[in-house]
Ligand binder design. Structure first.
Ligand code: RBV
Length: 422
């Protein structure tokens, strides 16, 4: 509902209590975020800053949004994928006074409408997952550029977009590549994607993964996490790649590496994690076994060419939530999960809170950094400083009750003394 005087549009505001419980649950699993609230709730480093965010509206994102608000920011939010919004969480945020424009299942027009709504208060900072906000401001709202302090980007696909923009000289404000922090991509992309993708596939199908041939396309961080978890559940995993080094890593990690053409007739389950379009196309569908299940965990829905499948399919029906059965002329059935959109967020709840704790701590610190220094920075893509990564890892370990060793002064000396050999 969008009503006069209200700065939100969500599916059903009466779901707010349910959403609040979910958010509380996430808070109880996100100790680093709670620590940031404690630290910056007093000093309010984001006071007076207007932040527009475009990132999956999940219980974890709600924890980030509330933390930004506690640190003084005014926030306006939209979801970054048509199928990832948790409507109860959106309702809870709206009921608690956050300006949020997000509901599950919005159309492409509504998706961009929601982004426009979040820009109405003329943000000074943008927080993106996929860079749709940054791109919209640069293409449609150039008048806003002068007020911008900077932006941050959550995911690999968005970073590629930003690097390309910077290379062309088209980027007009500084962007922090949150994705590339070690405490983000070595954890969120690997363990987060690994677990949440299995979760999405299982919720949409409830199949037994043990004994299945599970094809993972792409052996970047997300592909590696997914391959590891599929193997852990007893699947026989085949990895497909276009990059020689990644293919070699997968091989030495003990996975079978093959081409998609060779894997297509063998796979029971397919999962794309490449960030590239047309990874599974018509000629692959034509080879698949009856009952093959096909899903994507990459940011955009371009990895599986569903248009090709539509062309050869005789009929289609929803057999379970987030699971569509396509029947081919010869009677074979192929199942597409979550319309080829990221299965971990569309068919499950996204990455677990514990891992988003680190990703979103990086987001928070990026916002703080840009609020303080953004105006002095040249437009470029900035990597997260090493100290920030180290501090987040330190805090995470501390909240997990894990202690580590410290170098002695002799060891530090040894480390820097190049004269000592055998
Ligand atoms: N992602 N967010 C969640 N639970 O809020 N789960 C996954 C969540 C992010 C993740 O950081 C990844 O980079 C991005 O979604 C892909 O769009």
């Amino acid at each position: 509902m969008e009503s006069k005087g209200k700065t939100y549009k969500v599916k059903d505001i009466s779901l707010a209590d349910q959403g609040r419980s979910k958010i509380e649950w996430a808070e109880s699993r996100m100790p680093v975020m709670m620590k940031l609230r404690e630290l910056y709730g007093k000093t309010k480093p984001l006071k007076g800053m207007r932040i527009a965010g475009c990132l999956h509206v999940t219980k974890e994102t709600a924890v980030l949004i509330k933390t930004l608000a506690i640190a003084g920011a005014e926030v306006s939010w939209s979801g970054c994928n048509p199928l990832s919004t948790q409507d109860d969480v959106a309702a809870a945020l709206a009921a608690d006074g956050i300006s949020v424009y997000a509901w599950r299942g919005l159309s492409t027009d509504e998706f961009y409408w929601a982004i426009e709504k979040t820009l109405e208060f003329r943000p000074q900072l943008t927080l993106d997952d996929g860079s749709d906000l940054i791109f919209t401001i640069h293409s449609k709202h150039k008048d806003m550029l002068a007020e911008m302090y900077g932006g941050s980007e959550e995911t690999t696909t968005g970073i590629h977009r930003m690097d390309a923009m910077a290379k062309e000289g088209a980027l007009a404000y500084p962007v922090v590549a949150v994705n590339d922090a070690e405490t983000k991509w070595d954890f969120d992309n690997v363990y987060g994607t690994g677990q949440s993708s299995m979760d999405g596939i299982i919720r949409a199908t409830n199949i037994l993964l043990a004994g299945k041939v599970f094809v993972v396309a792409g052996y970047g961080h997300c592909g590696r996490g997914s391959a590891m978890r599929a193997r852990g559940l007893g699947a026989r995993v085949i990895v497909t790649e276009v990059d020689h080094i990644a293919a070699l890593k997968a091989t030495l990690d003990g996975f079978e590496v093959s081409t998609m053409d060779a894997a297509a007739p063998r796979g029971d389950v397919f999962l794309t994690a490449t960030g590239m379009r047309d990874v599974i196309t018509g000629r692959h569908f034509a080879q698949m076994k009856d009952g093959a299940i096909v899903a994507n965990t990459g940011h955009y829905d371009v990895e599986i060419n569903i248009g090709d499948l539509e062309k050869i399919a005789k009929s289609k029906r929803e057999i379970r939530p987030n699971n569509e059965e396509y029947r081919l002329a010869d009677g074979r059935r192929v199942y597409i999960l979550a319309q080829g959109r990221l299965v971990n967020l569309a068919a499950a709840e996204g990455h677990p809170s514990e891992v988003m704790d680190m990703s979103f701590a990086n987001q928070f610190m990026a916002m703080k950094f840009l609020a303080e220094q953004g105006k002095d920075l040249k437009p470029a893509v900035y990597r997260v400083p090493r100290e920030q990564d180290e501090e987040i890892a330190r805090l995470k370990l501390e909240t997990m009750g894990i202690k580590i060793d410290k170098l002695t002064p002799e060891q530090i000396k040894y480390k820097t003394d190049y004269s000592q050999g055998t």
